[in-house]
Write a protein that binds this ligand. Sequence first.
Ligand SMILES: *Cc1c(COP(=O)(O)O)cnc(C)c1O
Length: 398
Amino acid sequence: MRMIYADNAATTAVSAHVLQEMLPYYSEQYGNPSSLYAFGQTAHRAITKARGQVAAALGTTEREIYFTSGGSEADNWAIKGAAALGKAKGKTHIITTTIEHHAVLHTLDALKKEGFTVTYLPVYENGICRVEDVAAAITDETCLVTIMYANNEIGTIQPIGEIGALCRQKGVLFHTDAVQAVGHIPVDVQKDQIDLLSLSGHKLHAPKGVGALYCRKGIRLPNLIEGGAQESGRRAGTENVPGIVGLGVAITDAVAAMDENAKKLSVLRDKLLDGALQISHSRVTGDRTHRLPGHCSLCFEGVEGESLLLLLDAKGVCGSSGSACTSGSLDPSHVLLAIGLPHEVAHGSLRLTLSDDTTPEDIDYILSVLPPIIDRLRAMSPLWEHILEAEAQGKKLY
Ligand SMILES: *Cc1c(COP(=O)(O)O)cnc(C)c1O
């Protein structure tokens, strides 16, 4: 049976080119980048090259790039670091949105226990926050605004350039979790006036366990890990050389192919969304157009997301859902609730995220297996029966 991987917002395959460039650094070129002999310096040069590649992809200089173990680490470092800088000046207010990744939200929870206050901005039905709301929330106490570039669950893209300009004008640090954006849509830290930015390798065809933090020069973020002099002494530990090399190659490839991929993916995305919307009682979650090129997110009434995933899996399709079972709690995902979906509808969520490997035939196949699966689940659903009964009496439940 064919396997269609449509969960690229969860992770991506390491591309053949990336793997090929990484392999020598596991075997022949295994020197420690901190060693002075030429063998170590080869590894050191590879890191410097990758740092330049990441910097170029973001429109900045290599001195402002710090390698980390991934997106979560970069988010933690940026937010805790900016909070510490704020606290030193007596500023303990942070602004964010209700739809951030847990790496951001849980970091903010930890800071609240230390006395910080957090304002959570709404994102409305379209899943996009408003610059006016950011402006209205900034006070003399505000030390940080942290708003994601693009959302992992509903694919919506935030007005980052406008928020960056506002924060710069108000003298407030601005961090963005750009894990879903970098390599997929244009990101330029100068143009967008971003102070701190997190990215992750495994969302753009580099391996898991490597990422980076962009920290604008002049911002004295506290060290993350004490030890050796790696990453300018700010994040000690012998570097993940193959992973860093992979990140540099992957980000360069992604930026070079971005326009072409985005064009191709948005066509496939729209075909999948339009096809899925033919199913009755379905809706797109998040804005239809201000979304990532390969990102489809939908809800089907009278369906339970986890069962939907299992039946799709049985047909060889890998997707994900923000329903309660998959979110690991009793409630559906905070993102689906934040855009105003009733619990019952959020339970029927499906996310299919495409990559440059996705073909039109893959979309046809998904659209051929999806409707019968939805029919089958609805035939067993008391909720669906309830929805139909209410409609027979002229009432629309959701
Ligand atoms: C995947 C993801 C992260 C976490 O990145 P890791 O490298 O897995 O730690 C953070 N933020 C967003 C938006 C993500 O999609």
